[in-house]
Design a protein around this ligand. Structure first.
Ligand SMILES: [Zn+2]
Length: 124
């Protein structure tokens, strides 16, 4: 399986292990595990910090890119750019919530593999 397969699964919010089920149960609710391959998405307390990290890093990169593009390429006035950046910094992390989880789960799966539910039966 290629890296592009995993990236495509992350963008489509699919399970990084099997690619057949969504990682979300409903908006802003990540499943505990994949209903098809039983890979655990919420493996331990604090695991969500990685998803928050992915969200913060991508948000900051987007804000920086928009800032530089607006100021240097478009030549927009700085005070107008600040309003745009503020709006972006508030809205983007909410809109990116599911994808930040997906990116974090894909990264974790590539590094050490997501555990299966039967392996974590002592935690349930
Ligand atoms: Zn799966």
């Amino acid at each position: 399986m290629t890296l592009l397969t995993y990236i495509a699964r992350a963008f489509r919010l699919r399970c990084p292990a099997c690619g057949r089920a969504y990682i979300t149960e409903r908006p802003f609710q990540i499943r505990h595990h994949c209903p098809i391959c039983r890979s655990v998405f919420k493996r331990e307390p604090g695991f969500f910090v990685g998803a928050i990290l992915a969200n913060v890093v991508v948000t900051e990169l987007i804000v920086l890119a928009v800032c530089f593009f607006s100021l240097l390429v478009l030549g927009v006035e700085y005070s107008r750019v600040l309003w745009l950046l503020f709006s972006l910094a508030v809205i983007f992390p909410v809109a990116f919530y599911h994808h930040s989880w997906s990116l974090w789960l894909t990264f974790d799966h590539l590094v050490e593999g997501l555990p299966k539910l039967k392996d974590m039966s002592d935690m349930l």
